[in-house]
Design a protein around this ligand. Sequence first.
Ligand code: 13P
Length: 290
Amino acid sequence: MLVTVRELLIEAEKKQCAVGAFNVPNLESLRGVIQAAEMLEVPVIIQHAEVHENLISIEEIGPLMVDYAKRARVPVAVHLDHGSSLAECIKAIRLGFTSIMYDASLKDYETNVKETLELVKIAHSVDVSVEAELGEMTNSTIGGGEGRTSKISDFGNIDLFTNPQQAKDFIESTHIDSLAISFGTVHGKYLAEPNLDFDRIASIRSATEGIPLVMHGGSGVSKDDYRRAIEAGIRKINYYTYMNLAAGKSLKDTIEHSQNEELFFDALSLVATEAIRENIVQALKIFNLK
Ligand code: 13P
């Protein structure tokens, strides 16, 4: 069933849990995510990151995402991740996406407000929900890179974390539905132990009267860190790198064990789908714990 992110986040708030949001740049990940959500009977968000256009274009994967969402036995929202221009966001809306992230977080604050508000007016007029980002996240040098974020040398720089008072002003000025915040997570593989600022999440939440907060760079974090982030107010967790690595590892093991046997690609495609599904099942179990 196709739904908006807004309605999933309202439900997550009631249940005090988080909705998993997974990037799906191929059929293996799209099928793996839907199968995992159906197995656990929990809602899920599937998303296309604009930086994955080099893997597959939104024109190719977008209609499939919408179709899988409509046919799923659980509520599924279809979301654009890190849209960088109004044109890309409108393209996603026209393809039937029910939610858009507009990311102007690396622009100056006034420009971020102005451009986000412009997108909100358009998206809300057709009942599409909007996520935006404030503060800067870092990009690992290994994998990830879904966001237009700052360099790994900025890792752990609290000056780049989201400012609670600015978040309050940003939400009041733009009327967004959810806010992606910077509090120590990284897009891609963690090269150092994550050191997350849970107090920052809680202060943003109290300054912004409970708007759903979004965690990017969500894969590769410990079970305890997920729990603490959710308790502090995270309601959507963006997750990709570690499900991608799980598929890679499973394929590597299969190829190594095959010795000199011939391998068929369709069998490998199923191996990858299964590895992604299992990785997501584990994540969704944690995110949906009350
Ligand atoms: P990871 O690839 O680090 O899990 O982050 C996913 C993400 O934040 C997509 O926007």
